[in-house]
Write a protein that binds this ligand. Sequence first.
Ligand SMILES: Cc1cc2nc3c(=O)[nH]c(=O)nc-3n(C[C@H](O)[C@H](O)[C@H](O)COP(=O)(O)O)c2cc1C
Length: 331
Amino acid sequence: MALKTRFTETFGVEHPVVQGGMQWVGRAELVAAVANAGALGFITALTQPTPEKLRAEIDRCRSLTDKPFGVNLTILPAINPPPYAEYRQAIIESGVTIVETAGNKPQEHVDEFKKHGVKVLHKCTSVRHALSAERMGVDGISIDGLECAGHPGEDDVGGLILIPAAADKVKIPIIASGGFGDARGLVAALALGADGVNMGTRFMCTVESPIHQKIKEQIVENDERATDLIFRTMRNTARVAKNAVSQEVVALERQGATFEQVRELVAGTRGRVVYETGDPDHGIWSAGQVQGLIHDIPTCAELIHRIVGEAEEIIAGRLGGMVAKRAMATA
Ligand SMILES: Cc1cc2nc3c(=O)[nH]c(=O)nc-3n(C[C@H](O)[C@H](O)[C@H](O)COP(=O)(O)O)c2cc1C
């Protein structure tokens, strides 16, 4: 059995489940495991220090799976931006056929990808940005509600409203993102008008995720309150795992700190050390409210098959049963 949606049809994958880009986590072993289980995984381009290294990572992923997979290209405002055009070229020349774009003004990248027959799933956090990406010609939208790890935007709209609001207006396939971790979430997303779900935090906490075991155990231990929103005062909000460093950043922001004053605390290199050494208080690391629904560390195959299998049971069993009962009651 399988769940067929506009997403599975358009992107040519078996299951309506996506593993979105994750800095320091979206590497070949995780992405290949997701692909081998029939879902869509994205290598995170900027985790690789150079476009050349990205080419090598794509090759490594190909040696681990013969199923389709994609690459995430996150376009962030930066004083010294990475060479985006060169990363894009590496993706196109490596023969990757699906890209997840995220961040600001992706038009130039979307145009180039489309010219080379690459399918684009654009991740955004508001209906207006979803509509603007649709006009740019992307093939699907991934829309992140306030629950998500990473950047939820500044509108503070949760998935329960954001997903159907997007579904009312967007015509192309929609992936619901932020707060998804189990079959109930997938069924809810489909009911709200989405064509599948994207999961970050849940995939971080799998056997194949290339981070320290202690961080996976910390995610299992954490509940739904174990996140902080940092950079609120700078209008660049990020949801991260609550720890000593995130609490310090929030406290400093309350006192009116500038980015310069928190720069050392939030350094990406410190976050990377968290994943390498397993010390959850070494720096800032991303995780979402869905931590409250994560109770184990399965393989990607176990996780995906469990979610899809249980979703089918919920739809055909529990929900289908409710419809039948009503029909009998009125007969
Ligand atoms: C550790 C981590 C790193 C992330 N890095 C990126 C990134 O570099 N680019 C991006 O577009 N999204 C990034 N995200 C966001 C995810 O792709 C996804 O949108 C988000 O995790 C969904 O919310 P969830 O964690 O509740 O599933 C990251 C998420 C996590 C957990």
